[in-house]
Design a protein around this ligand. Structure first.
Ligand SMILES: [Zn+2]
Ligand SMILES: [Zn+2]
Length: 228
C-alpha cells in the first residue's frame, strides 16, 4: 500500500526535531492522520490504543523518574540525537545520567519510521488475539494491505508461544498489565522484532535476546537434570 506521507503539524515538545507523517492510504479523502488504523480501538478499548501508541514510540520511563532532566517517557527517535541536540530540542540533559542509564536509553533508539511501523504491527497483533474485537472493514483492508491476511486468534506470546487472549488487557484494569510489548532482541525496535508477551515471560527474558534466553533455560534444565 502506498501511504500518503504528508507532514502533520504538531505542537508537542520536540517540534522541529522530526516531521510526523500521515499514515493513511495515498490519495485518501478527509484530513491527514498519523494513526488512522487506531480509530476503532480508540473507541472500544482506548487503553489498548494508547498502549500501542506509547509502546511503539516512547522509551520506557523508569530511568527518568528520579531525574528533573527530562520527561518520564521520551520519543525513541530522540535517542538518536547527540547530547547537544537532545538538550536543545528536547531540553533533556542526558550527560547528568549515569553511564549505565544513558546506555539503556540509547538502546531504545529507533527511527520515527520504525516506530510507526511497529504501531501498525502491534495493532494487527491485537486484532489477531483470541477474543479481540472485530475490526471494521476499512481497518482490516488497511492492515491486510500492509501485512497480509489477518489470521484471527493467531497472536502468540513471542516468548512462550502460547496464544494470547485480548481479555488479558481487561484483567489488567485490576492490577498490572498481563500483556506487555516485547522484543525478540531488546535492542532492536522494528516490526519484525516486536510483539506481545505475557508479563511473566517478558520479565524472565529480561535484557537477553530470545535465543540467549532459551539457551539459558536449556542449560539450567540440563544442570538440574530436569525430567518431565
Ligand atoms: Zn494524508
Ligand atoms: Zn508467555
Amino acid at each position: 500500500m502506498k501511504l500518503c506521507c504528508k507532514p502533520i503539524q504538531t505542537r508537542l515538545l520536540g517540534k522541529g526535531v522530526i516531521t510526523r507523517c500521515c499514515y493513511k492510504e495515498d490519495g485518501h479523502i478527509g484530513s491527514c492522520e498519523e494513526f488512522p488504523y487506531l480509530f476503532h480501538l480508540n473507541s472500544v478499548a482506548p487503553r489498548v490504543a494508547n498502549k500501542i501508541k506509547r509502546d511503539a514510540t516512547k522509551t520506557t520511563g523508569a530511568a527518568w523518574k528520579s531525574e528533573d532532566a527530562g520527561p518520564n517517557r521520551i520519543d525513541r527517535w530522540a535517542m538518536l540525537l547527540d547530547e547537544q541536540e537532545l538538550l536543545e530540542k528536547y531540553r533533556v540533559n542526558i550527560s547528568v545520567l549515569k553511564p549505565g542509564v544513558q546506555a539503556k536509553l540509547r538502546e531504545k533508539a529507533a527511527t520515527y519510521e520504525d516506530c510507526m511501523n511497529v504501531a501498525a504491527k502491534l495493532t494487527l497483533l491485537v486484532y489477531q488475539m483470541r477474543d479481540a474485537p472485530t475490526p471494521p472493514q476499512s481497518i482490516s483492508f488497511y492492515l491486510e494491505s500492509r501485512f497480509g491476511i489477518i489470521l484471527f486468534g493467531s497472536t502468540k506470546c513471542i516468548i512462550c508461544k502460547d496464544y494470547l487472549s485480548f481479555s488479558l488487557f481487561d484483567e489488567a484494569k485490576r492490577g498490572r498489565a498481563h500483556i506487555e510489548t516485547a522484543h525478540a532482541n531488546p535492542r532492536i525496535h522494528n516490526p519484525d522484532n516486536v510483539g506481545f508477551a505475557h508479563r511473566e515471560c517478558n520479565i524472565a527474558q529480561g535484557n537477553r535476546t530470545l535465543d540467549e534466553f532459551y539457551k539459558w533455560i536449556y542449560n539450567i534444565l540440563q544442570r538440574v537434570e530436569y525430567r518431565l
